[in-house]
Design a protein. Structure first.
Ligand SMILES: [Zn+2]
Length: 186
């Protein structure tokens, strides 16, 4: 399952201030910067507070739902701070990934669920069969020329992340025999 946190929160700033009469002949059209500058500061602060609260509530519900439905949860080991300003930077930072992962980690630990981080490099550029399937960001469908898998890009990427997390977990499980025996008798 692929979750896009960035598309679930409406922006009261844009929702409330850009819905007035559509531009028509004879009316001056204000620039976005002029509209933003005209917003009363206390209303802007209120709108940002509303966004923060909505985001926190969504992260809480989503992480709780994931923990209630899955025993093993895989996430990309993203270095959020290291993502440069670019196409993905805005949505990733706006969605508050660090905050979401913190909530998910906390809830998974409390519920005894396994949360594993997987290497995020090239997860959207390979198939679950291991073949390289290069795609631009605009290409939303995955077509593997090797195994024939045809599916939405995000679904395949999620499967690749899960696959990597499982491999990582099995490597972590390669511990001394006595440790395994100790775990088995718990
Ligand atoms: Zn394939």
């Amino acid at each position: 399952m692929a979750v896009d946190c960035s598309k679930t929160i409406s922006d009261p700033l844009s929702a409330g201030w850009h819905t007035s009469a559509a531009p028509s002949a004879g009316f001056p059209v204000a620039s976005a910067a002029a509209v933003a500058a005209a917003r009363p500061p206390h209303l802007v602060a209120k709108a940002h507070r509303k966004i923060r609260n909505q985001r926190a509530a969504f992260h809480h519900h989503l992480s709780r739902w994931l923990v209630e439905h899955y025993g093993f949860i895989a996430v990309e080991d993203l270095n959020i701070q290291g993502i440069p300003r670019g196409i993905l930077a805005g949505p990733v930072h706006d969605a508050g990934w660090n905050s979401f992962f913190a909530k998910l980690s906390y809830q998974a630990a409390n519920a005894g669920r396994e949360l594993v981080k997987a290497d995020p490099r090239g997860t959207s550029q390979v198939c679950v069969c291991g073949a390289a399937v290069p795609k631009t960001l605009a290409e939303r469908w995955h077509e593997c020329p090797v195994c024939g898998l045809s599916a939405p890009r995000d679904v395949v990427t999620a499967q690749v992340i899960l696959q990597r997390a499982r491999i990582g977990r099995s490597r972590l499980s390669c511990v001394p025999r006595e440790a395994v025996a100790f775990q088995a008798t718990e």
